[in-house]
Write a protein that binds this ligand. Structure first.
Ligand code: P6P
Length: 335
């Protein structure tokens, strides 16, 4: 049973036996994500100073080339995961194609692949609003010792062995699961240690917050329009509260603590939706289900979707079980 204020390192060691595969490697994988998150957090937290230090594409006062933070975050996570020699492949929102990583002996005999959105919501950085990193972990399915192929990355979300996110907010937290519930760790920046602050996180079965960009209302499917009107009606515990940060990790994290639903539907402008299946929706859906919530595309479980492309988009309805089921009811009735 997780103990409050346990450090992330102690938690990983104490619980690695629960992991059904070679636990040592997963521990090292989670540890590498922990380290990369600290490095990115340091840069994100001084983003406001970038104008003094030099903006992206220019040189800062130390004469270093200033990078866009999402490009910087991408490089930090790829370099950290590569140096730890745990993964045989990485896919990232910032990379057109997947990256093959050779192990110590120049062989491809590492077992895991990672898919990552290194800095989601990065447009919020310039306005000092919270952003996040999202990661998804699978075992490779092609033969060990051979280079990874697209088949290793196009696995359905129900085969994830671990997933999680880092939210760079009023505090920096890592929230992740290896299939035995969800735990949240808060960084104490003074000493660079993460402490178990949110043991065994459970998503409230219902709630009164809905998160959607209502500016797109006229482009929404009729079922989404009808559900939004339902949220706004004066009846029972409604009208609900509308809260939309514009950063998936932050909206999801708040809803997991308070109860609520996040919706990014397909629209007439984006017929497939905006969010990416492999490194945004699947990991968030994994966390949601591990915490007792639901995630669908409006009609079917996100984790059962068989991916066909690395950067494919899907409509996304995610949050409190009863709220997602009500939204799915409106989608079905509007068909
Ligand atoms: P819009 C950020 O770009 C993101 O992928 C999610 O984090 C966020 O919820 C959504 O897109 C915001 O998109 O179109 O409402 O600005």
């Amino acid at each position: 049973m997780p103990k409050k204020n346990q450090t992330l390192g102690e938690f990983i060691i104490e619980n690695q036996s629960e992991f059904q595969y070679s636990s040592g490697e997963l521990s090292r994988l989670i540890n590498s994500i922990r380290l990369a998150a600290k490095v990115v957090n340091h840069e994100v937290n001084k983003a406001g100073l970038v104008d003094i230090l030099g903006t992206a594409g220019e040189t800062n006062i130390q004469g270093e080339d200033q990078q866009k933070l999402d490009v910087y975050a991408n490089e930090v996570f790829i370099k950290t995961l590569t140096n730890r020699e745990i993964v045989c492949g990485i896919a990232s929102e910032e990379e057109d194609d997947f990256i093959t990583i050779k192990g110590r002996n120049e062989k491809n005999d590492n077992k895991y692949i990672v898919l990552i959105d290194p800095l989601d919501g990065s447009s919020n950085i310039d306005v000092n609003v919270s952003v996040g990193t999202i990661f998804s972990i699978y075992r490779r399915v092609t033969a060990s010792g051979t280079p990874v192929t697209m088949e290793d990355f196009l696995q359905p979300g129900n085969l994830q062995v671990a997933a999680g996110y880092i939210v760079y907010g009023t505090s920096t937290m890592i929230v992740y699961s290896t299939g035995h519930g969800v735990n949240g760790f808060t960084l104490n920046p003074a000493i660079g240690t993460y402490y178990l602050s949110h043991p065994n996180m459970r998503f409230p079965e219902t709630g009164n917050i809905y998160s959607v960009n209502e500016g797109n209302y006229i482009h929404f499917p009729q079922g989404v329009k009808n559900y939004i009107k339902y949220c706004q009606q004066e009846e029972g515990d409604r009208p609900y509260t509308s809260r939309y940060i514009g950063s998936l990790v932050s909206d999801f994290h708040r809803n997991m603590i308070k109860g609520g639903i996040y919706i990014y539907p397909n629209t007439s402008k984006d017929p497939e939706g905006k969010l990416r299946l492999l490194y945004e929706c699947n990991p968030i859906a994994y966390i949601a289900e591990q915490a007792g919530a639901k995630a669908s595309n409006g009609f079917m479980r996100i984790l059962d979707i068989k991916p066909t492309q690395l950067h494919q988009r899907v409509p996304f309805f995610c949050g409190s079980k009863l709220m997602v089921e009500k939204a799915e009811e409106f989608m079905k009735n509007a068909e």
